[in-house]
Write a protein that binds this ligand. Structure first.
Ligand code: TYM
Length: 334
């Protein structure tokens, strides 16, 4: 069977190094290997947390520009907007009827985002993984490239697909495989090596954004939390040093080399030597993306054209699957 890749990012804030290394970079790789790729901007997911309505459409364009700037080629991959295809929310409803609340309650992302006040969390936030399952199953995607934090959501998508098939006695929905690739599957905060680097963390110093310029990248790396001990010569030496491990992991992911190689290269070196090297590498890899993104954003109409064309293509794939799912479930047809 041929591979069909699907993935998406939320237009909430700027994309950061975690999004790039954990997902986007791999999207480009899969595209360049010749797989059929569908990449969407998941704006329906973005509205599950407080957001500014007058900025949503522009944030959607920015995420699309980041995809293209990082190397997603709209003539090879289908680039589209989730909310423009009604079948995403329609399928979500159908899948919600076969998803247990107990399973959703176990989702760590929900627990993190809902915080202590679970009773007041919105139904949208709670049912977020069901919409994600719909995004994937609607396209009969075989593989989903994401960072490690999405693994649990993907397992749920697989379970929902299996439940549908069992309940209706069909072999209809595919069980998508997660693709969690490379060294940067879980990039941590620059200020706390035990927390994920995130778009929504309060302090901007915790992350490197794809829109940061060279000076800002250098400053954030210079100020990144470390410890006074030089870099160790083996993985064991990182025990209890999550910040040190994170910086080496970022270096390896950017350099596209195994971590062991980077550890060997910098063993015994002080952070005062390692940090400038990391900064130079980050700037070399990210600046061209930032620059391209800014160029693309100067022509919003072109981004809109690309998204409209991609959305039309995606819709043509989604609608027959949606119709068949409804048929299997026995709905009346006009
Ligand atoms: P989102 O927008 O939070 O993140 C987009 C992608 O970036 C990855 N990622 C990270 N990878 C490594 N280190 C980090 N610190 C880091 N932070 C984020 C995420 O794993 C993700 O791959 N639920 C998804 C969006 C989504 C989706 C989908 C993905 C909705 N529908 C269908 C795949 C298929 C999310 O929260 O992405």
């Amino acid at each position: 069977m041929t591979k069909r890749i699907l993935s998406g990012m939320q237009p909430t804030g700027q994309l950061n190094l975690g999004n790039y290394l954990g997902a986007l970079k791999n999207w480009v790789k899969l595209q360049d290997e010749g797989a059929e790729c569908l990449y969407c901007v998941v704006d329906l997911h973005a509205v599950t947390v407080p957001y500014e309505a007058d900025k949503l459409a522009d944030s959607t364009r920015e995420i699309a520009a980041a995809y293209i700037a990082a190397g997603v080629d709209p003539s090879q991959s289908t680039l589209f907007v989730q909310s423009a295809i009604p079948a995403h929310s329609q399928l979500m409803w159908l899948l919600a009827t076969m998803t247990q609340m107990g399973k959703l309650e176990r989702m760590t992302q929900f627990k993190d985002k809902a915080g202590k006040n679970k009773e007041r969390a919105g139904l949208g936030l709670f049912s977020y993984p069901v919409l994600m399952a719909a995004d994937i199953l609607l396209y009969q995607a075989t593989h989903v490239p994401v960072g490690e934090d999405q693994k649990q959501h993907l397992e749920l998508s697989r379970e929902i697909a299996a439940t549908f098939n069992t309940r209706y006695g069909v072999d209809f929905f595919l069980q998508p495989e997660p693709y969690i690739m490379g060294e940067g599957t879980r990039v941590m905060s620059l200020r706390d090596g035990t927390q994920k680097m995130s778009k929504s963390a309060e302090s901007d110093m915790t992350r490197i954004n794809l829109t940061d310029d060279a000076d800002m990248i250098a400053k954030k790396i210079r100020k990144a939390k470390t410890d006074p001990t030089p870099l160790p010569d083996s993985m064991e030496g990182f025990e209890g040093r999550p910040e040190a491990l994170n910086l080496v992991t970022i270096y390896a992911a950017l350099a596209e080399k195994p971590k062991a190689e980077i550890i060997a290269e910098f063993a015994g070196k002080e952070f005062s030597a390692f940090k400038p090297a990391l900064s130079d590498l980050a700037v070399a890899k990210l600046s061209p993306i930032t620059q391209r993104m800014n160029e693309l954003l100067a022509d919003k109409a072109e981004i809109d054209r690309i998204l409209a064309a991609g959305t039309e293509k995606a819709q043509a794939l989604a609608n027959p699957v949606m119709a068949e799912a409804m048929d299997i479930m026995g709905f009346w047809k006009p």
